[in-house]
Design a protein around this ligand. Structure first.
Ligand code: F0G
Length: 460
């Protein structure tokens, strides 16, 4: 069914040239990159969908904010502007800037976790899982079952399985569960939203057992837009009201601001009211990130971030943004290409297992499709599957992911309708020759977060 592209609620004032290499050149480049798309040079990519993180186009208001950023080492004006914006939107007492999302995790998690502890999430993103494990603790995913079937079109496939959560807490012992993390939207499940009702239920379980609740808030605005569309209670609420309601059920948030806050660098830790914890956070921030009033960012970054917090929750922007995903998804529906459906907030997660039923999980179908997309049309994407998940930290064995996705993550305010048509055409062309595509083996890998650096080769 054809779906209309929602026109951009902006016009373009500055452009950046891109070019497509020839097919022969692309085949050579990906071989040189050891079939790892992170090893490609950016200039050898035509449409870069590796991530929606830090790849966004800032607005004229953000760029003009960069000119008035206050670079004072301590107590700069831009810092206070950011704190005020954060307090206004999230309703939290303390807003601590850091340089990106994983820095927020690195500062906060060791204060709550450690050896023998567990953290439970609807789904951990890879760096978030890594910081749980680096603290000595173990990370457990507890997403609703329907998330695991890409064909089930449920409204809130990002949700936590609340019954299973309570069961897990009892099995592990509440005293051993240091933290529950709600990732909104649920990136690893395909940018799927979490309902406010689910947040309420999870919060009630956490309160019952005295376990703190953290929101991994990278895509909180997209989540709020889905809540408005799909959760009856909120159909007349503003995005800002929904965000405030959502965050009122948690104790902290850790945020990569490189996504919904539409900047190129930045992160935030929010603390609702815990003065003692905030003191410790300030200590860790000073050690790892820099003084508390800049947290690893320059004053101009803080200024752009303060402006971006408001632009990210603009409903016209979000309608256009989610509209892009729906436009591409409708084209895939017409072509019979499976993806995590309904489509998520920040990208289309193509079901590589369905596209390549002949490639098993330990030959990485999601990675195979990512390589093909580069060869087909110079499009750079990434695997969200067993290749990304990596090995069991205790046994060293390859883990089997619940999904084998190839993620087309869409940068904000960057690509146009014609680019989306190229993405769809490339996927359709690959589907036609799917049975000839081969799996991959890893020839070298580092111990942690291996997918960023590993070397691969096709299995002949
Ligand atoms: N949490 C979630 C849900 C994320 O998606 C990311 C990053 C992070 C935390 C870490 O934030 O990159 O600022 O340190 N996700 C990016 C992605 C990298 O491509 O999905 P960061």
């Amino acid at each position: 069914m054809a779906i209309k592209y929602v026109a951009e609620p902006f016009r373009i004032k500055m452009v950046e040239s891109i070019k497509m290499l020839t097919r022969e050149e692309r085949i050579e480049k990906i071989k040189e990159a050891k079939y790892n798309l992170f090893n490609l040079k950016g200039e050898d990519v035509y449409i870069d969908l590796l991530t929606d993180s830090g790849t966004n186009a800032m607005s004229d208001k953000q760029w003009s904010g960069m000119m008035v950023g206050d670079e004072a080492y301590a107590g700069g004006r831009s810092y206070f502007k950011l704190v005020e914006a954060g307090q206004d939107i999230f309703g939290y007492k303390y807003i601590q800037p850091v340089h990106q999302g994983r820095a927020a995790e690195k500062v906060l998690f060791p204060l709550l976790l450690g050896k023998g502890k567990y953290a439970i999430s609807n789904m951990f993103f890879d760096t978030t899982r890594a910081h749980v494990e680096l603290s000595g603790a173990r990370a457990i995913d507890c997403v609703v079952e329907e998330a695991k079937d890409p064909t089930i079109r449920a409204p809130f496939k990002g949700n936590m399985d609340v019954e299973k959560l309570e069961k897990l807490i009892n099995e592990l012992g509440p005293e051993n569960v240091g933290l529950v993390v709600m990732t909104i939207t649920n990136n690893s499940a395909g940018g799927q939203p979490v309902s406010v009702q689910n947040m309420r239920d999870v919060s009630a379980v956490c309160k019952k057992y005295g376990i703190p609740l953290d929101i991994d808030a990278a895509r909180y605005a997209e989540n709020a837009f889905f809540v408005k569309q799909r959760e009856e209670e909120f159909k007349d609420a503003s995005i800002k009201e929904i965000v405030k309601e959502m965050f009122s059920y948690a104790d902290y948030f850790t945020m990569s601001a490189k996504k919904d806050t539409i900047v190129n660098m930045g992160g935030i830790i929010g603390i609702k009211e815990d003065d003692e914890l905030y003191q410790k956070i300030k200590g860790n921030t000073i050690s790892f990130e820099g003084f508390t009033s800049y947290g690893g960012l320059s004053g101009r970054d803080l200024e752009a971030l303060a402006v971006g917090l408001y632009e990210g929750i603009d409903e016209d922007f979000l309608r256009y943004r989610i509209g892009q995903m729906e436009y591409l998804a409708a084209k895939l529906d017409d072509a019979g290409i499976a993806y995590q459906s309904p489509v998520g907030g920040h990208g289309v997660f193509v079901d590589a297992k369905a596209m390549f039923p002949h490639i098993p999980y330990n030959e990485f179908p999601g990675q195979a499709l990512a390589v093909e997309l580069y060869i087909e049309a110079g499009i750079r994407t990434c695997d969200i599957g067993s290749y990304m998940l990596g090995n069991d930290p205790d046994t060293g064995e390859q883990l089997k992911a619940d999904f084998e996705f190839t993620r087309l993550a869409i940068p904000r305010r960057v690509y146009t309708q014609a680019h989306f048509d190229i993405m769809a055409d490339a996927l359709i062309a690959i589907k036609e020759r799917a049975s000839q595509v081969k799996g991959y083996r890893i020839t070298w890998e580092p111990p942690v977060l291996r997918h960023f650096q590993a070397h691969l080769e096709p299995i002949e």
